[in-house]
Design a protein around this ligand. Structure first.
Ligand code: ADP
Ligand code: MG
Length: 212
């Protein structure tokens, strides 16, 4: 059978993501504080504390059900603009994994395309606006390209990880054009966007879920 991400490994990896958000709480708030209102770490920690509680007591059988659980919990936490966007990201991904105990590259591409469409539909941000989308968009485009080139899951995930990281870094040289930070205009240059960093952590959870 070709390489796949299993529900058990994704469950473990998402629990680790919850700990990462807790650990990076001050860093994320500090980034948001430089050009926004300084609450991004608090918002993420709150959302993912709830997710951790839900995941810790669940033994998910299918990836779709598990991602639904994560997305609904984030939605219910009402954590700033980013809460609704990340809730949508996970809920959009869930549809492509209903009743699946494992997913392959083809599933992952479809799921991330849905996530991208969902985040774009409600956030209305464009590439280069200095948001989480600047991490998500190049990562998803990279993943699609890997699939078209018939790469295996391992190398596709390596490219996905790299594209997400580069996307995150690219926000440093961008001027914020949407959201709270856009009010500061030129003064946002030279700072990483907080959401691009938390988005990188989320995408990394899918990379870490693959156990070769
Ligand atoms: P708030 O802006 O309500 O304080 P957060 O601080 O939790 O919420 O999240 C801010 C992050 O959300 C930003 O760093 C940016 O990446 C992301 N963001 C804000 N608005 C949008 C949008 N319209 N589309 C995509 N991402 C957005
Ligand atoms: Mg904020």
């Amino acid at each position: 059978m070709s390489a796949r991400i299993t529900v058990q490994n994704l469950h473990k990896s998402l629990l680790q993501l919850c700990d990462t958000m807790e650990k990076q709480k001050n860093y994320l708030s500090q980034l948001d504080g430089a050009i926004g209102d300084g609450d991004h770490g608090i918002n993420m920690a709150k959302c993912f504390r709830g997710v951790k509680q839900k995941l810790a007591t669940a033994t998910p059988q299918d990836i779709g059900g598990m991602l639904n659980l994560v997305g609904s919990e984030i939605m219910n936490s009402i954590g700033g603009a980013s809460g609704a966007l990340y809730g949508t990201l996970f809920l959009s991904m869930a549809n492509g994994a209903q009743a699946k105990s494992s997913i392959g590259l083809e599933d992952l591409v479809a799921m991330f395309k849905a996530a991208l469409a969902g985040v774009r539909a409600i956030g209305k941000a464009e590439a280069g606006d200095k948001t989480m989308l600047d991490t998500l968009l190049p990562a998803v485009e990279g993943l699609e390209k890997s699939q078209k080139e018939s790469q295996n899951l391992a190398s596709a995930l390596t490219a996905f990880d790299k594209a997400a990281h580069n996307g995150m870094e690219s926000t440093k040289d961008m001027k914020a054009k949407i959201g709270r930070a856009s009010r500061l205009g030129d003064r946002t240059l030279g700072h990483l966007d907080a959401g691009s960093v938390s988005c990188f952590y989320i995408l990394k959870a899918f990379v870490n879920a693959y156990d070769e």
